[in-house]
Every structure is written in C-alpha cells, then in structure tokens.
Design a protein around this ligand. Structure first.
Ligand code: PLP
Length: 406
C-alpha cells in the first residue's frame, strides 16, 4: 500500500524547528516557532497553571470518559470569557460551545460543520495567513480563496482591497477572520473597520468564522475580544475557534473550544448536534486534563487574578521587545521606518524581506524565521536584540546593493 505514497516535505514551521535544533551555533536565534519565550528563552508553565493542576489532581476521582462536548463548566466559562458574561447571543440562548483539542481542533470541527451545512461554501482566508489555516480548513474538502489583507513590503493593512474582494463572495460563503494579533502580520482591524466589515457581511449574507488564538496577548482579555463581540452582536450566525495554548501556555495539553452561534435556539441546537457527531467521528472526545486546569483557573478568583498578572507579564515582555527591536533596527539600518514593529500586536510581525534574505539570515547568522519573513518577537531577548538588528541591516544592505548592480 505505501509504495503508492510519495514522501512529503515536512510542514514548513515544524521543519524549521528541526533545523534550528540541529544548528550547533551558540548565537542561534529562534524567531520561527510560535511559542512565547521569557527572558531566559524558556516557554514557562504559568504559576496559576501549576497551582490549578495540583487542585485538579487532588480532586480527581476517575479517569472515565467525559463527553464529546468536553467539560460543561469549561464550555460555560469559555463562552463568558470570549463573549462577556451578558452578551445578547448568550442571553438569547443562541450560543453552543464544545471543548476541542486546541484551536486547531476547533478550526477543523468548524470546517466540518460548514461542510455539513453548505458543502458548496467557499471559505475566504486572509492573504497572508497562518500556515496551518489552509491545511486545517482545506482538508475538510471546502473550497478556499484568499482575500487581500496585508502588504508586507509596505507594512500596510489592505482594508479597502479586502472589502472589495469580499464584496464579490457568494451568499453563504464563510470569511475566516483573525480576532486579534493577526498571525503572521500583527496588523489588526480597528473598531470602525470591524463595523464596516460587519455591514458588508450582513449585506452579502456571509458567515464569519473568527479565530481567537491570542486573547490577552494584544491589549487585554476584554479589548482583544471586542471585535468578536461586535461581530457576534450583529450577525445571526457566527463560528468562533478559541485556544488556551498561548494565553495559558497550555500548548501540549491541547485546550480550545468551538463556539457556534445560530440565528435561533432551534438552529443552534441543530448545529450543535452536528458538532457533537463530527467530534465523535474524528477523535470521539477532547483531552480533559488541560481543560480541567483552565476551568479551575477561570472559576477561582484568586487563580484568575494571578493568571491576569502573568498574562500581563507575557504581553508586556513582547511589547517591550517590539519597542527595543524597532530602536535597534533604526540605529543599525539608519532607516526611520520601523514604527510598524512597535505598533503591531501579538507575537508576530513580517519583516517584509524576500525569501533569499530570510535564507541568508539563517545560513550566515543562525537567525531562524519562516520563509515569509515572519518573526516571533518573543524569540528576541535583550541580549540578542542588537545582534539580530545588525544581521538584518547587513543583509538588507547587501540585498539593496545587489539590486542596484542588477
Ligand atoms: C492563528 C492561529 N490559530 C490557531 C492556532 C491554534 O493553536 P492550538 O491548536 O495550538 O491551540 C494558532 C497556533 O499557533 C494560531 O497561530
């Protein structure tokens, strides 16, 4: 059987991770993989997670199955965290939430739900977008198309072009939106832009699918969910995939959720019955341990307060690095235009360099980023920020000189 299979190239991000691990250089810098790193370069277990984990283990009486929807108290807490305690869609009993194996699991179940409901629907995905969006959604068999979102060379959101493209979508199509901290660009929509987009979605009868993987990494938990809440207040049908990989540092525990909002209670129930069947047919039930930890933190005011404090430390560390990195880039290149790195949000920004420069940064300077020049700002430390900026300046100068000669 396997003689029919050709060997595939590794996933670009996972492939980059193994190249980085194999690089013996003492000065190597990992800006590739999307995990938070503290000042020592570690991806720490949060203190609130350690404490909640002890409580979970102490209180656990069985390892028996939970359910295809996961933990009920987790699902209720997630809805409140994402939509706010008194969101009209919740008050109208139009929301249904299932725990999922990470944000990826939620995206995939959401895609299968779309396929079950409207097999002919196209999902419109931002250009650029996170490398795993296309495989996750496309594997369900749905058609995917890209809409313009961000111009990496000029470091500009392409909002007008985005609206123009979405205005040509078919009624019933789905638009995948990054709720905050856009991956890979760090460029988010402002509140008035969300509003214009909502009006277009209403007019064209398009369904938003919001990916909220970085709640709390931009400004704070509430502000980062503002776009999602605005959308969910004004549109009849919404899907939301959320994740605790980053904001609780629960990456390997696989903790996420899919929130589905229906136009009526009955339609939400019908969608929910499909979601349960989809989950059952793919992985049966989501893993429990991480969701139990998250639920414990969300329910306990003391643990929740320490989470908020730890989340602020992570967020501020990234923001501080953005400012420092932009300063060093300006100093090294003599170019005053690195404000975008300072102003963008979340872990990522696109340097806007061609793949050849990205490759030289890796081969000559041991600085690793994905080929689209996405940089994880949490991979930069006070001790290497100058090194990274100087390397970028050197390669930028060489690229400019080569272009001038050519
Ligand atoms: C934009 C985006 N969505 C979803 C995810 C899913 O994360 P996970 O499945 O690890 O929760 C990620 C993780 O990197 C992401 O960047």
């Amino acid at each position: 059987m396997f003689q029919l299979l050709n060997r595939l190239n590794p996933d670009p991000i996972l492939g980059l991770m193994s190249k980085f691990r194999a690089d013996p250089s003492a000065t190597k810098v990992d800006l590739g993989v999307g995990v938070f790193r503290d000042l020592s370069g570690n991806t720490p277990i949060l203190d609130c997670v350690r404490r909640a984990e002890q409580t979970v283990l102490a209180g656990q009486a069985t390892k028996s199955y939970v359910s295809a929807a996961g933990r009920e108290e987790f699902n209720v807490a997630v809805e409140a965290l994402v939509l706010g305690a008194s969101h009209p869609a919740r008050a109208g009993r139009r929301t249904r939430t299932v725990q999922a194996p990470g944000g990826c699991g939620a995206l995939r179940v959401g895609a299968e739900l779309i396929r079950a409901a409207v097999p002919t629907a196209t999902v419109h995905v931002s250009d650029p977008t996170w490398g795993n969006h296309m495989p996750l959604l496309g594997s369900s068999g749905l058609r995917l198309e890209r809409y313009p979102y961000y111009d990496a060379t000029n470091h500009e959101l392409q909002f007008e072009a985005m609206l123009e493209r979405l205005d040509t979508a078919q009624a019933g199509d789905v638009v995948l939106l990054h709720a905050c901290c856009h991956n890979p660009s760090g460029a988010d929509l402002a509140a008035p832009q969300w509003q214009s987009l909502i009006e277009l979605l209403q007019r064209r009868r398009l369904v938003p699918f919001l990916d909220l993987a970085y709640q709390g990494f931009g400004d704070d938990l509430e502000s980062d969910a503002a776009g999602v809440r605005q959308v969910a207040e004004q549109l009849p049908e919404v899907l939301i995939a959320t994740s605790f990989s980053k904001n609780l540092g629960l990456y390997r525990e696989r903790v996420g959720a899919l929130i589905v909002i229906g136009e009526t209670e009955a339609r939400a129930d019908a969608a929910y019955s499909h979601v349960l069947q989809i989950a059952r047919s793919i992985y049966s039930m989501p893993p429990d341990h991480g969701a139990a930890i998250a639920a414990c933190i969300l329910a306990d005011p003391g643990l929740r307060d320490s989470w908020l404090a730890e989340l602020a430390v992570m967020r501020n560390r990234i923001k501080a690095m953005r400012t420092l990195f932009a300063q060093h880039l300006r100093a090294s290149t003599g170019d005053a235009s690195y404000g975008f790195i300072e102003n963008q949000r979340g872990m990522f920004s696109l340097l806007g360099a061609p793949a050849t420069v990205v490759e030289r940064l890796r081969e000559r300077h041991h600085i690793y980023m994905t080929s689209d020049s996405r940089m994880n700002l949490a991979g930069i430390m006070p001790h290497n920020v100058e090194y990274v900026a100087a390397a970028i300046a050197a390669e930028r100068n060489e690229a400019t000189a080569t272009a001038m000669i050519a």
